[in-house]
Design a binder for this molecule. Structure first.
Ligand SMILES: [Zn+2]
Length: 254
């Protein structure tokens, strides 16, 4: 399995990162994508290594970390990292109106810049979205010129929103929220195409049931995969193979 979204470089894993990596391997995880929160994330990512795991770096500024004044050199810095061969995506970026609506314009401008860089380097964009779905989809639609690919990370939209996202070239990142009782994401996901879905954890956040409330880690992705298998009436192995193939194709890895 490939965890397409994990913040394993954060200090929440400093104490036992080796054990976390070991458990990931035991659970069948072979690759982990690392979305950045800011540029300080990158040196921390570069320290990650484990013989059983491939780590894939990405560069971006999380919408909750967008400053009051966007740095002039944002586009240039993103280009510098994202055009490198050892960077696989642009993000995470996106919109978040849940935590604050003080910087909506800055968040949108930042997302536009990330889209521009993603199109220029031909790598997927990683989109965070919270209570901002219409604005996010409108902005992506406006940016889509046929060259933009990406992931609606931690998908929790409606069937219509999911279809709209897929129609404009996005994939859906399926995380622990899928397993939440009364979350409703399972019913929505059942009506959308599995071949547009990839697995993710968002570790250390959003642990799936039965680990809900605890620190999340890549090994816990198996619970989300099991739920996805149940929804589509497939074996765990088939879900694993199909989502892994989709992730490989999207990110252009072998
Ligand atoms: Zn994230």
């Amino acid at each position: 399995m490939i965890d397409t979204h994990s913040h394993l470089y954060l200090d929440k894993f400093d104490e036992d990162r080796e054990a976390v990596n070991e458990r990931a391997v035991e659970a069948g995880v072979t690759g982990i994508f690392l979305p950045a929160i800011d540029f300080d994330s990158i040196p921390k990512m570069e320290k990650l290594e484990h013989p059983g795991l491939s780590f894939y770096k990405m560069a971006g500024i999380h919408p909750c970390d967008v400053p009051e004044q966007l740095p002039d050199e944002l586009e240039e810095k993103l280009m510098e990292f994202c055009s490198r061969e050892d960077f696989y995506g642009v993000g995470e970026t996106g919109l978040d109106y849940y935590w604050s609506t003080d910087r909506v314009e800055q968040q949108k401008e930042s997302l536009r810049i990330h889209c521009k860089v993603a199109k220029a380097v031909g790598k997927p964009i990683i989109i965070h979205n919270r209570e901002s779905t219409d604005d996010m989809l409108d902005l992506i639609e406006a940016e889509q010129d046929g060259n933009l690919t990406g992931i609606w990370h931690c998908f929790n939209g409606t069937v219509e929103e999911g279809r709209r996202a897929i129609d404009m070239g996005l994939h859906l990142g399926i995380g622990g929220v899928l397993t939440f009782k009364n979350g409703g994401v399972d019913k929505t996901v059942a009506q959308l195409p599995l071949d547009k879905m990839i697995l993710e954890t968002d570790a250390p956040y959003l642990s799936p049931t039965p680990k809900r409330g605890k620190r999340n880690e890549p090994a816990f992705m198996k619970y989300t995969a099991e739920k996805l298998a149940e929804i589509f009436g497939l074996s765990l192995q088939e879900v694993d193979e199909r989502t892994t193939a989709t992730a490989r194709q999207l990110f252009g890895i072998v």
